[in-house]
Design a protein around this ligand. Sequence first.
Ligand SMILES: [Zn+2]
Length: 265
Amino acid sequence: MSAPGLFGFFKQRRRAALRAQPLTEEERRWVSRAVHLWPALPPDDRHEIEATSRVFLAEKHIEGAAGLAVTDEMRWTIAAQASLMLLHRDTDVFPQLDTVLVYPHGFVVDAVHRDGPVVIAGPERRAGESWRDGLVVLAWDEVARDVRCHHGGHNVVLHELAHQLDAEDGAVDGAPDLGSRARFVAWARVLGEEYHALGERLASGAPSDIDAYGATSPAEFFAVVTEEFYERPAVLRARHPELYAELARFFQLDPAALEDPAPAR
Ligand SMILES: [Zn+2]
């Protein structure tokens, strides 16, 4: 057996042992609160999210910053939302992610944007960040607000972890690892069209149901529509059916059908 095979074997065995450990009542309550689709999920899916959450917590460092003491409730909330994104998918557990740094509040960064030839620099308020070197930064007040108010279409954990999925194929370009060239072509066509349509709507001053931040770059577009996919699936399916279908194929989940099994015609 080669070294990577041996390593993979031990990793699988360790994960299987973690997955077999049941959650306490309290942990189960935190997980169920963190995932707004929870009441609609079948028991097997709930169990998979619980089990993956335990693996996520065993393998990732979740650390407080700026004086925040991270509680178990915070850890399980973040892990549960991360695990929802892996449901039904034969994939690793965010292999590039090492540390989640949690700030008490949104933070201000010096941001630089390029808009054609114009470079705009200045302080910008952030709810989270995702870095290529295995770090995700979250503001706990934003995470807690997303848990309380599920239907705003926003979720900072899903957003930042979408960037991590995007990076798994080596490029943060709005396309995660889709498994085949044919899937990539379909993805690039649908998401490319929707991305350009969003930019045109915003440029003409028309209102948009997809957050304007998605027009910043294809990578931000994927992160923003991932939030919409889980947080407002029925709206996304009704207004952007092709986009919804691409996301449903990638995430192997049909959250609009779970939320509303028999939509009104
Ligand atoms: Zn982003």
